[in-house]
Design a protein around this ligand. Structure first.
Ligand SMILES: Cc1cc2nc3c(=O)[nH]c(=O)nc-3n(C[C@H](O)[C@H](O)[C@H](O)COP(=O)(O)OP(=O)(O)OC[C@H]3O[C@@H](n4cnc5c(N)ncnc54)[C@H](O)[C@@H]3O)c2cc1C
Length: 308
């Protein structure tokens, strides 16, 4: 990342919210369920599947956590009604994890049961390392309670992940594998770009060795090529794995996967609590300075159009 971009990443929390809002709009379907439905319909028409994320990490009380659960149930109903191909991704903090484990479990189980009644699936996103233990514990408890339509996320960045794969292998979990976005201390996480890549490939093969369905979630071309090689070498069918990308990130690369006949799912967030998610996406954008500058120019020079 260029010097200016790196400096801006640090300064981003000081950027006014309206600017963050405008420059991050490409990463978010909109504020309402109708926005998510419109975007999912478009993705489906392009031959892509979706998983929706009701934005809600900033909740502060149990009622808000329950409201997020309601929004997920409404989303699942809408997908069934509109015959859209999308599952849901939930963040446990949005379902109340930091307010209480039992509250979160109740909310999560209600969403998972609602999805099961509609033949749908729930992915539990993985958040920062303060939540890893509880997330894996909740996943195990749900599986022990007989819920099969639920999957987890593992982060290649964390040093513990290979051991987690070994510990979970008996359950043959459905796993989304990603690099992991949260910066973690060096004692528990790889910090070097190449070390994270190596870990990603090792974990991917360990999951495949355990017979797991893996959603390979990355926009890193080198990793995509490694994963495709693995898929071909293992003769994995279209129903035995998938690729996953984020809405608004490297769409041309996603189109290429679809053209190759591969199964691609797009992570599609919507909701009113867009700020924390937007910051994370912008901080990962290698050309963030260009985006902010473009937005500023647009406002200074009325009539100018087309910033990202
Ligand atoms: C479907 C999906 C679900 C995810 N779920 C989780 C989760 O539950 N927990 C978690 O910790 N992380 C999650 N992540 C985020 C993930 O951990 C990474 O932080 C993120 O995907 C960037 O890593 P990368 O593998 O794409 O590689 P990178 O090396 O970071 O990116 C590869 C290239 O993609 C481009 N790119 C990446 N991000 C952006 C951006 N925001 N804007 C523009 N270009 C960009 C850049 O050109 C970059 O060179 C998820 C990612 C995906 C795709």
């Amino acid at each position: 990342m260029a010097l200016l971009d790196r400096a801006l990443v640090r300064l981003l929390p000081a950027v006014p919210r309206p600017v963050v809002r405008r420059v991050s709009s490409r990463y978010i379907a909109g504020e309402e369920l109708s926005d998510a439905v419109r975007v999912v319909r478009q993705l489906n028409a392009e031959g892509k599947l979706a998983t929706i994320d009701v934005l809600g990490e900033e909740i502060t009380n149990a009622d808000e956590a329950r409201a997020i659960g309601d929004a997920y149930r409404d989303s699942l109903d809408a997908f069934e009604r509109e015959q859209l191909d999308s599952n849901v991704s939930v963040k446990l903090t949005a379902l109340g994890l930091k307010l209480g484990y039992e509250l979160c479990r109740e909310n999560l189980e209600a969403v998972v049961a609602h999805a099961a009644e509609r033949g749908n699936f729930v992915r539990i996103d993985m958040e920062d390392s303060s939540t890893t233990e509880d997330t894996l514990r909740l996943y195990r408890e749900l599986r022990a309670a007989g819920h099969e339509n639920v999957g987890i996320v593992l982060q290649a960045r964390l040093k513990r992940t290979l051991a987690d794969v070994a510990a979970l292998a008996g359950l043959r979990p459905n796993v989304r594998l990603c690099k992991g976005i949260y910066l973690e201390p060096a004692e528990i996480a790889f910090r070097e770009f190449d070390a994270i890549r190596v870990s990603f490939v090792q974990v991917l093969h360990a999951l495949w060795d355990a017979g797991c369905y893996v959603g390979v979630a990355t926009h890193d071309e080198w990793l995509l090529e490694e994963a495709k090689r693995g898929v071909d070498a293992r003769s994995l069918g279209r129903d035995e794995h998938e690729f996953q990308m984020l809405l608004g990130v490297r769409p041309a690369l996603g189109d290429e996967l679809v053209r190759e006949g591969r199964r691609l799912r797009i992570y599609t967030p919507f909701g009113r609590q867009w700020y924390a998610y937007s910051l994370r996406r912008l901080q990962e954008n290698p050309k963030i300075a260009g985006y902010i500058a473009g937005d500023t120019l647009n406002r200074l020079l009325p009539g100018r159009n087309g910033s990202g």
